[in-house]
Design a protein around this ligand. Structure first.
Ligand code: BTN
Length: 255
């Protein structure tokens, strides 16, 4: 990659015209001992995967589809913070490159005009309650036009080009993202989650708003309060009690 300013992230770089899924390839490389920061990028994916078993449609000339191998020496309980951290770093890159001001919906949806502009899928491989490696996969909606999205996601998806009203330089965005992520990741490794949490909260969508939480079979309503020092979502219920949410789907409801 030309103009790469990072020390670790992206230094070991694998580029493909087409892959089933960059997460899958990154996982194979990690199993074979690929070093921290190994980056896998594909121009298109034929079997891109999202959270909750969903597909991530990944057409050529539209998005950036990438996965990174990270090997933080942290307990398993901290792994979920990497997803929050990645969404902060991607917001900072978008701000630098386009001037747009994205927001984050817990745990990891980056939004513009209330619509999703990227998806993050973090896969954790742990041994004895410690992280062995993480695969952080990100699908960035960069130069999609409306018709490039599958019909069912059109109402809830957008791209940087659609929001900025002009084509965005993918290479510049990728390089800015790697630089932001490396800085945030290093800060997280040395100082913990505290400052990342502040940056996350500064961009949080829906704080104070009514939300619906769907966690497994359970569904309930509450108000979005904050995230705690571990990265769990804090939701206040109708009786005023605060609950920690570690996983699940959050929908922010109009008031
Ligand atoms: C989500 O459901 O929001 C997460 C989507 C993650 C998509 C990215 S694209 C690059 C990487 N490879 C995959 O197969 N998935 C992730």
């Amino acid at each position: 990659l030309p103009r790469l300013t990072t020390k670790r992230l992206g230094q070991n770089y694998h580029f493909f015209a087409s892959l089933p899924s960059t997460n899958r390839t990154a996982k194979e490389l990690a199993r074979q001992g690929a070093p921290e920061g190994t980056l896998v990028v594909a121009e298109e994916q034929t079997a891109g995967r999202g959270r909750l078993g969903r597909a991530w449609v990944s057409p050529r000339n539209c998005g950036i589809y990438l996965s990174l191998v990270l090997r933080p020496a942290v307990p398993l309980g901290m792994a979920a913070q990497v997803t929050l951290l990645t969404s902060v770093s991607y917001c900072r890159a978008i701000e630098q490159v386009t001037g747009l001001k994205p927001m984050i919906k817990w745990p990891n949806d980056v939004l513009l005009s209330g619509k999703k502009i990227c998806g993050i899928l973090t896969e954790v491989h742990a041994e004895m309650e410690a992280v062995n490696y993480l695969i952080v996969g990100i699908g960035m909606n960069v130069n999609h036009q409306g018709a490039d999205f599958p019909e069912e996601v059109r109402p809830v998806a957008t791209s940087l080009a659609l929001e900025a009203g002009k084509t965005v330089d993918s290479t510049q965005l990728l390089l800015a993202f790697l630089a932001c992520l490396e800085a945030d990741y290093d800060r997280w490794l040395s100082d913990g989650f505290g400052s990342i949490r502040e940056q996350w909260l500064a961009r949080a969508a829906g704080l104070g708003r009514p939300v619906q939480i769907v966690a497994g079979q359970r569904q309930w309503q509450g108000r979005l309060a904050s995230i705690d020092e571990e990265g769990a979502l804090l939701v206040t219920d109708t009786d005023g009690a605060t609950h920690r949410v570690y996983s699940g789907e959050v929908s922010i409801r109009p008031e």
